[in-house]
Design a protein around this ligand. Structure first.
Ligand code: COS
Length: 381
């Protein structure tokens, strides 16, 4: 795996500076109030973060999953919730990048790359979580339109997005091969928002239900061919799971940074607790875990950007490893803060709350293991 390019290193530096100067000061307040950080969306747009993984032809800077991971990791180091203002839009944009035709890409990607249009990815339903194929949302042909009916839930960015990429069944008799992908624009008659979730962590991001009631969308909004929706969703997740991994890694690194600062100044028994070997061994283990997770994440991003085979397995591995590391590091970081770590006066408990979702969304870690195991067994044949 090669070193990061000069552009990637500069992008990481820029994201780190913005994370420290703009994101960190807003993190506690957005966590407390659940406010969506529109002010920061403008900052991220100006910095070019929304276009960092989009082709130059469509107004982006021509990077890929590596650039997106670098930005997401650095922003998450300061706030794992605010970073989703960029990362969740990438998730919603991937189906257009992967399955959209030229006209569709020209129509939607430039506004996404500019940061003018946020997006949301609508796959999950109340009874279709890990078993994504159990979706009940249907899209029926009616002349030049598709008519959508159904409910998607736990949708990140719902309510702040202008564009929704939706997977729905166009032929329920054909199971996953009867599903299709669509773009639904905010404000389309029959499109509405439902319950807003009150979450444990990542509270700066919006999570809501999206409801379709006789929602008529032009046939021109179908992404790819009918029947290819589930595959487009799986291909999207192959590319977006490193984004979750990057979010988890940033959360882990951010918690470790805070814990290191704390143990160097906290005194007990007449010396700083950093001087105790028991604390040093904890720090050594956490730092080693973070570094190994980072290696796996950027290997997955490199493989995806290079068009190498085996991306389902490596991106599932990156998501699994980074999120498990994030949970371990943040839990131990709270431990290193002792009783203070449990209090909301200190920033560390938020890292533990933010970390938890990374083991759950875009496929639980049980599903990641299933994806990895299937590939391992295929390879051994
Ligand atoms: N890329 C391309 N095609 C894929 C694919 C991928 N990564 N994964 C599956 N497919 C194809 C399969 O090849 C199969 O097509 P064929 O029958 O032509 O071979 C089809 O899609 C169905 O796949 P499969 O049989 O593996 O589907 P399952 O119902 O067994 O589901 C899992 C597979 C569990 C992996 C899938 O449902 C999943 O990822 N669930 C988690 C969903 C998720 O992450 N939800 C979070 C919400 S999104 S934020």
């Amino acid at each position: 795996m090669p070193e990061f390019t000069e552009y990637q290193q500069e992008l990481r530096k820029l994201a780190r500076r913005i994370a420290e100067e703009k994101v960190r000061p807003r993190a506690a307040e957005c966590d407390r109030t659940g406010e969506f950080p529109w002010d920061l969306v403008k900052v991220f747009a100006q910095a070019g973060f929304y276009g960092c993984y989009i082709d130059q032809k469509y107004g982006g800077t021509g990077g890929g999953v590596t650039e997106l991971a670098l930005v997401t990791e650095e922003l998450s180091r300061a706030c794992g919730g605010i970073s989703l203002a960029v990362a969740a839009t990438a998730l919603g944009a991937f189906p257009i990048i992967l399955a959209g035709n030229e006209e569709q890409k020209q129509r939607w990607l430039p506004a996404i790359a500019k940061g003018d249009t946020l997006t949301a990815f609508c796959l999950t339903e109340p009874e279709a979580g890990s078993d994504a194929s159990a979706m009940k949302t249907v899209a029926k042909v009616d002349g030049d339109f598709y008519v959508l009916n159904g409910l998607k839930h736990f949708i990140t960015n719902a309510g702040v997005a202008k564009i929704y990429t939706v997977i729905a069944s166009t032929d329920p008799t054909k199971g996953v091969m009867g599903t299709s992908a669509f773009v639904v624009e905010e404000g389309t008659p029959g499109f509405s928002l439902g319950k807003e979730e009150d979450k444990l962590g990542i509270r700066a991001s919006q999570t809501r239900e999206v409801i379709f009631q006789d929602c008529r969308i032009p046939k021109a909004n179908l992404l790819g061919s009918p029947g290819r929706g589930f595959i487009a969703a799986m291909q999207t997740l192959d590319r977006s799971r490193p984004g979750v991994a990057a979010q988890a890694l940033g959360i882990a690194q951010g918690a470790l940074d805070l814990a290191v600062d704390y143990v160097k100044q906290r005194k007990q028994f007449g010396k700083t607790i950093a001087e105790f070997q028991g604390i040093q061994w904890m720090l050594a283990d956490l730092a080693t875990e973070v570094e190994s997770a980072r290696a796996l994440l950027y290997k997955s991003a490199y493989m995806i950007d290079s068009g190498l085979p085996g991306i389902s397995k490596i991106s599932a591995m990156a998501k699994l490893k980074c999120s498990d590391v994030a949970m371990r590091v943040t839990t131990d970081a709270v431990q290193l803060f002792g009783g203070y770590g449990y209090m909301k006066d200190y920033p560390i408990e938020k890292y533990m709350r933010d970390a938890k979702i990374t083991q759950i969304y875009e496929g639980t870690n049980q599903i990641q293991r299933l994806v990895i195991a299937r590939e391992v067994l295929k390879e051994s044949r």
